[in-house]
Design a protein around this ligand. Structure first.
Ligand SMILES: Cc1ncc(COP(=O)(O)O)c(C=O)c1O
Length: 219
């Protein structure tokens, strides 16, 4: 991956190679951490973040769903993301990855006393399924994995733990010679991709499944 200069860690601009955590960081063990994937596009006037507010709101909603009390407000998180773009020397489109996670200090499932930490990384990253995928289309496999139901793993939260399901679905699809997995809900209806929402254009109308069993897509 493309390194950038700084990663924002709880207010501190930390050099990329020094942005480390303790091995007993709670989220590493139990998966309760929430994140976003936000795009900034290079324009004539410099980088412009696409729907920063919506993504930052979804981040805070995810934290609420998984019972993490954020340390920063919506406005503070937005400003931090803007600051990160200013201090790094980006030349092309950028991916922003804010992460609210539980740090080092306690172990065990009851996470309420775990320290809440926030980090934001940003780096230059092309389109998710590659330029070739954009140009030629991709092959998608209906997954044998069911999309996480909201009744068990808080599927509306963009939580690290939910991506185990996505990761295994992606692995299965790639292993079988496809580029992406399409996950169905428990009733067999289309839910979403392993890392993106699903929509079709039919007779000029954009149709997407209800968000009952998928992340509410922004991008
Ligand atoms: C599982 C999943 N669903 C849907 C999306 C789409 O969200 P958005 O379009 O806002 O990036 C993502 C994006 O990362 C995702 O990981």
């Amino acid at each position: 991956m493309e390194k950038s200069k700084f990663i924002w860690m709880d207010g501190k601009l930390t050099p990329w190679d020094e942005a480390n955590v303790h091995i007993l960081t709670h989220t590493l063990h139990y998966g309760n951490g929430v994140f976003e994937g936000t795009r900034a596009y290079m324009t004539d006037k410099g980088l412009a973040i696409y729907r920063l507010r919506d993504h930052t709101k979804r981040l805070l909603n995810s934290a609420k769903i998984t019972r993490i009390t954020p340390s920063y407000t919506l406005e503070e998180l937005e400003e931090a993301q803007l600051e990160l773009l200013r201090v790094n020397d980006f030349k092309s489109n950028v991916y922003l990855r804010p992460l609210i996670y539980l740090g080092y200090g306690i172990m065990g499932l009851h996470h309420v006393n775990a320290p809440v930490k926030t980090a934001i990384a940003a780096w230059e990253w092309g389109s998710y399924l590659g330029d070739e995928g954009l140009e030629n289309g991709i092959r998608v496999k209906i997954s044998s994995f069911t999309r996480n139901p909201v009744s068990s793993t808080m599927g509306k939260a963009k939580a690290a733990a939910n991506y185990l399901n996505s990761q295994l679905a992606k692995y299965e699809a790639m292993d079988a010679g496809y580029e992406e997995a399409l996950l169905l809900d428990e009733d067999g209806f289309v839910a979403e991709g392993s890392g993106e929402c699903f929509f079709i254009v039919r007779d000029g109308v954009l149709i997407t499944p209800p968000n009952d069993t998928s992340l509410e897509s922004i991008t």
